[in-house]
Design a protein around this ligand. Structure first.
Ligand SMILES: NC(=O)c1ccc[n+]([C@@H]2O[C@H](COP(=O)([O-])OP(=O)(O)OC[C@H]3O[C@@H](n4cnc5c(N)ncnc54)[C@H](O)[C@@H]3O)[C@@H](O)[C@H]2O)c1
Length: 255
């Protein structure tokens, strides 16, 4: 007997859906019955993912997640295309090249703080009124296991994700009376374009082995691992869960 998808009838905005974890989340959400608005700054990548999904279920929206007007446009596009909005996945994010913290250029520091944190502010401003008016809605925010467990050389990135985790929990408490849930996911290093930067700019077997040694389950995360966690947190199955940071880290935080 086939079961309805976990997200049947729901509509989600997924930022950074043009590749990596965001693409995986978009594919899983469509598999589970959701309509998805793929919000990405890269038209090339975002449109390609949209074209590979059923036309009625996925639409690309070009925008910058740090820009309030683009969030307002994403809400409007979601309402126009799909007739509603139930879920926002704040996934778009960037990392700096792993290295000594004082040597990271100020421009990189600013880029990390802006792209990783500001979208939570902008999405709260643009989307929360819509969620509050319908007395339901879910934010799923991509933090990182480096937020609760920072390690050397990715400190500014970990700091930006610490802000994501703290903001998620604060908004969870503040928005709960409006029927709005906010949760964070904390992945360990995942198999995406970010790996090279996490390894200091060169993707080597030895570098990967070094990272894997710190993960008890013995491998990197995959987009699928993260997408399944995002799907659960976005679904009614997690209807009584708000303000959590869910590690998807193969036990890395245990070390
Ligand atoms: N890959 C990992 O190892 C890892 C681990 C923990 C957490 N995360 C987090 O997961 C999220 C996704 O990471 P990923 O590895 O899939 O990244 P990625 O680099 O593979 O993809 C990021 C996507 O975001 C888009 N994007 C970047 N800046 C944008 C902007 N200003 N506006 C709109 N779109 C923008 C890019 O075009 C790209 O499609 C990030 O928040 C990241 O910090 C990743």
């Amino acid at each position: 007997m086939s079961h309805p998808g976990r997200l049947e009838g729901k509509t989600a905005i997924i930022t950074g859906a043009g590749m990596g974890l965001g693409e995986g989340i978009a594919r899983k959400f469509v598999d589970e019955g959701a309509n998805v608005l793929l919000f990405d700054i890269s038209e090339e990548h975002g449109q390609k993912v949209a074209d590979s999904l059923p036309r009625a279920k996925a639409v690309f929206y070009k925008g910058d997640v740090t820009d309030l007007e683009h969030w307002e446009g994403a809400l409007k596009a979601s309402l126009d295309h799909f007739g509603g909005l139930d879920i926002v996945v704040n996934n778009a994010g960037v990392v700096h090249r792993s290295g000594p913290s004082p040597a990271v250029p100020r421009s990189e520091y600013d880029r990390i703080m802006s792209i990783n944190i500001t979208p939570l502010y902008q999405s709260a401003k643009a989307i929360h009124p819509h969620f509050a008016a319908q007395h339901s809605g879910v934010f799923v925010n991509l933090s990182s296991i480096s937020a609760p467990r920072p390690r050397p050389n990715l400190v500014w990135y970990a700091g930006s994700k610490g802000a994501v985790s703290a903001i998620t929990k604060g908004l969870a408490a503040e928005f709960a009376p409006d029927g709005v849930r906010c949760n964070a996911i904390c992945p360990v290093v995942a198999e995406t374009g970010m790996v090279r930067e996490v390894l200091g700019g060169t993707d080597t077997v030895e570098g990967r082995q070094g990272l894997t040694r710190g993960i008890p389950l013995g491998r990197f995360a995959t987009p699928w691992d993260v997408a399944c966690a995002a799907c659960f947190l976005a679904s009614e199955e997690a209807g009584f869960i708000t303000g959590v940071e869910l590690p998807v880290d193969g036990g890395r935080a245990l070390n």
